[in-house]
Design a binder for this molecule. Sequence first.
Ligand code: M6R
Length: 627
Amino acid sequence: MCGIIGFTGKQQAKPILLDGLRQLEYRGYDSAGYALGGNETPTQIRRVAGSVQDLVNATLEDTSIEHYGIAHTRWATHGAPNETNAHPHQAGLITLVHNGIVENYSELKTKLEAKGIRFLSQTDTEVYAQLLEEKRKEVLSQRASDWTKISNEEKESIVMEALRACAKEVDGHYAVLFLVDGVNDTLFGLQEGAPLVATEANGSAYIASDLQALLKYRSEMTFIPKGKVLIAARGHLRLFDASSGKAETPKFEKIEWTAEKVEKEGYETFMLKEIFQQPMVVADTLSGRLPIQESSGFIWDHLKAHEVLWKNVKRLQLVACGTSYHAAMIAKYYFERWAKLETQVDIASEYRYRSPVFEPGTVVGVISQSGETADTLAALRLANESGASTFSICNVPTSTIARESGFQYPTKAGPEIGVASTKAFTGQLTVLCALALDVGRLRGVKSDGAISFQGLARLPHDCDQILQNSKEWIELGAKLSTKKMTLFVGRGTLYPVALEGSLKMKELTYLPSEGFAAGELKHGPIAYLDPEVAVIVLAPKDELYAKTMSNLEEIKSRGAMLIGIGTVGDSKLQETSSAFIGLPQCSLGTLPILAAIPLQLIAYGAAKALGRNIDRPRNLAKSVTVE
Ligand code: M6R
């Protein structure tokens, strides 16, 4: 969703801000803008509805040499995605960018309008800027100061007080970054639930909503905790508690991701690169964790705490959104089968608004690639507040969800830039499969042989084998792009895989698509079938093969185009289908991981044939930080 970048230091700010916006593009946005602070002149803003490139093109004549500023990519929530609603927003001396939502903006706006303030945009952000400016004027008059005559330090202290007063009146989870005319070379930020990360390097200070925008400057970064104010000036970062105003020392952490990892490296899109990284992701995620022998456990970081977490578990609740939710659905099969553990799976936006029961022995696991998804974070907080033991499976170890969870099982997928999640899903399933096996061992459940650590160990090789045929699946996808609709069906762990295949298809192609449990077909969805519809059936030679094969006949007799995904060498499935994809012989546990890969490639091929923006599909954001 929205992205923030700020810079104050020795270099010219504009190129640094625009480069930062490019690094944040993958999050999804519909307008962009920047503001450059002038020590002697009022702050100038430039904004466009459209892309960062549109902003670059529209501001070619702007050769300002200012050394500090802020910039933003906006994903519209309040007000249409147009230039007026794009950030930064200005109110008097304040110029501000914002991520997240001001929940009580309408009430605040009414109060401000009653004071005679006129609004130019429909955004909640402008309300924040206006309120902050009002507070600044109030503090100034309480101190009987003249803004034009006081020192930079006194101005800073006035702004700090105004910001703290403003934060008390605003409800919501958000982050703001702003500059104030007259407070030279200085940026102010507040983290109130949306991420802000910062670093200092060579006399300059950099701030962003996402570490990706800062990786090229320094690998040590400080994650601004919730409720803290950040002041950046002359290459230094200072931190203050928003409630008490007390100064604190920023803590810097070393980040393992490198800037090189966020390049396409010769692939036509990030998504394709990420699909091809999956064998490596599985290998990295398992690296150092596989047991030494069958009877010993997986080697997690903080092994003792891991054992304590699962010692008295009675039931598991898995909570997530989107693709991560599909990983949770598959994990339900894993935990129930191999750990004999009652497992409930929930969509985070539903879970947080019902009344989940947290009996003693309830463990809650949240799954999130980004670790910033608003609903998943709220679900985690609910579980933490209710006293349940919690853990996270996240791809960003420094994210809010990872930090706030009781225990972390990180995936090692590296930065995922394509909005459509691929390698992160594979990483999540790898961890979940290993975890279910290990929890089964801790609970003394006898293995049924359907998965073993040896099966997991050969997974990178199996993924690699599937990718050998990528050209074929991409071409098949192109054929499906002419169909009215594509349905995906499967049973057992392949039912959530069918849902995931369908999600990939609709988000990338914008064409209708649905996923079903194969057994549900004749309870309604069969009415869709006609020759203009394609059905992808997941039917490997597992325990449910015969059942799925009978669904196949039902589909064929309605004239739909049938694509079979099954075990390599299955001549029966091959003969019945218009197109066939063979999966390598593998264990039941790794099957859903492998079966998802051709579906990613098919959706990719369909989107490519339709000329879609594959890395940034319309209306979507990579990190959904508002509910
Ligand atoms: O970062 P998260 O895993 O929490 O994100 C959850 C969903 O927004 C995400 O999986 C989304 O469904 C994917 N982009 C779909 O490909």
